[in-house]
Design a protein around this ligand. Sequence first.
Ligand code: DAH
Length: 334
Amino acid sequence: MGFLNDIEPLKQTALTELKAAPDLAALEQTKGAWIGPNGKFTALIKQLGTLSKEEKPAAGKLINAAKVELEAALASRREELEMKAALPKEPTDFTLPGRRRALGKLHPLTLVTDDIVRAFRKIGFAVADGPEIEDEYHCFDALNTPADHPARDSQDTFYLNTTDKRLLRTHTSSVQIRVMEKQAPPVRIIVPGRVYRRDNADATHNPTFHQIEGLYVDKNVTVGDLKGTVEFVFRELMGSDVKIRFRPHYFSYTEPSYEIDFTNALVKKMGKDWLEIAGCGMVHPQVFETVGYDPEVWTGWAFGFGIERIAMLRYGINDIRLFYENDVRFLKQF
Ligand code: DAH
């Protein structure tokens, strides 16, 4: 009987068309053309009524099975196309900032770093960056620190197991050199970053910690500029009762060099008069020579201080290791 023989090829064509529908609108059209009220397959079902009593059961079964198959194909193609429609049309740029605020909170070291950066931005400093894996040249030689200087001792420095003697930078001062190598004066930068030293961890030391380096190069720069800048930033950071004191010191890359002491109500509360907070000085002419700046024309100052130190003071934290343990009970408090 012709009728029964029609079912299988019609079903096959319908299946092929459903599976090939390029989008949801096309799929709905294909569905209408086959199993909608005026569809070709629906027409077959309608013809069932014209069959004899003997023919009906077998034909009915066949048609029902085919219809189930078509509906399953329709549903699965619909799901596929819906998924495709939900995908972005353009390739996703994962570097774009998210629209929602990140969950959680900023780490206390991030909060303090952001505040320091904000204070320096107000007076025209830009943020610079450099590698944590350094070479001896940028970390020491170019900073006028000769090979026999104690700072280069393997007791203090983590050396990598490479033939070119690479190391983990012991201070952010290396970035001063990298910036001056690339850029002509004037320079006005700060460099927040991670540094490494072979210290055993105790309440005030950790093998890795953070520093902020500052470098200002221009004509006629003086120690007065340096002191005024440091004072401004610390008052922004710790309140207007801050006092600053410079003590003579030695660093190979500055001359003269100073250590900066700091005091305010918090320091007094700790039972101390002054707290040593940073190293600084006027950039050594030899450093300028090394990077190709004319020391007869250009003058400058530099400083470096530890971020942990400031955060501990600010928040009354007495153990540096708390910063790195990622204990939520600690982190939740900021
Ligand atoms: N690099 C020094 C340290 O890690 C800090 C420092 C001292 C940085 C004097 C400077 C500077 O730029 O001029 O202890």
